[in-house]
Design a protein around this ligand. Sequence first.
Ligand SMILES: [Zn+2]
Length: 442
Amino acid sequence: MTQILIRGRLLSFKRAPLSLTDTDSYLYESDGALLMEDGRISVAGSYGTVRAIAPEGIEEIDHRPHLIMPGFIDMHLHFPQMQVIASYAANLLEWLNTYTFPEECRFVESEHAARIATHFYDELLRHGTTTAVAYCSVHKTSADAFFAEALKRGMCMVGGKVMMDRNAPQGLLDTPEMGYDETRAVIADWHGKGRNHVAITPRFAITSTPGQMQATQALAEEFPDLHIQTHLSENHDEIRYTMDLYPEATDYTDIYARYGLLGKKTLLGHAIHLSEREADALSEAGAVAVHCPTSNLFLGSGLFPMKSLMRRDKPVRVAVATDIGGGSSYSMLRTMDEAYKIQQLLGERLNPLESFYLMTRGNAEALSMADDIGTLEPGTAADLVVLDAASTPAMRLRMETVKTLPEELFLLQTMGDDRAVVETYVAGKAMKGALDAIQVRT
Ligand SMILES: [Zn+2]
């Protein structure tokens, strides 16, 4: 049995914070410690308590004065778009056709897919992200590379082979049968292996024929425990085109509902321009709207009304994500900085406790996985991020005037990035230090 004790300031949320002064919503230990056994947290509390329980001679890692939190969770990103990020385009459809689709064609090559997978996990860990929900490309090879690398690193990952059978280059198209068969093959090969979870992944309604949507429905019925991920209502031109393709549907959301794809495990990327009826439909189904702020700003897609969706009589479940490569940063800290600014433009407040809740427990709850990830509660996986709010000269200077925990979190969110990540643990194993030692990875 491997036992490690780590010491530092602990922060873990028990539920969504209602205000800046809602101290009951989280656990904070100014001199805290975690006892980790075989990749899981066995005890969390004050250093004195944990030290007294821990066996003599246990390995002890001192992270004081840094903040130890559950590792960040990124609820939506595209693993084959690492070389698409920072592409200059006017809008979503131009960006997809000019840069994204040609790039994703390369993932038919397993060598290329494996190389990018290595970089993908390096970047996640460098940024303190320990779980992510990803789209692979249409090719099974991309899903194989994605899950093989997750298995190697012991990470809890959700992902799927994208299904798309129209409106893209030939090299990116499957058929309803192929999409069905290959998704089944990915499930058989990877689901439940290590900490891998396969998601049923129709890219979006524009790139799936009604025949493929039916195949997706068949998969969803056969594998009701799997997550389903797709995109919804990101951009006005996209919405118009989608409705031309599915004239019988009441609205964009109704297309997915008609094929039985709207449920508690459905993750809908963007969902910016929803009607009241659509928001009701999401709420009633328990489906999750996944907010991708850096992407929405970068592509000029729109301002996601996060707070008003959460506040409705029929509230919509919300999660947060980077959406690499439409998104412009791998960092969940940068992501929440932009999420904050979007709410500011909408006349809403997003307080820093809420932001850090969303990146951790909130996203875990949106995944229905809070019993395994997203908190520091005993029994959960020891997936952690260690943060330093004085990681740059400008931050260090600002930290001199910081007096409270929410102020520190807000500084981390506003000025922090991968430099604020001191260490990232996956199942109790320190991962970032080893990465920092790699000078060049080809
Ligand atoms: Zn996306």
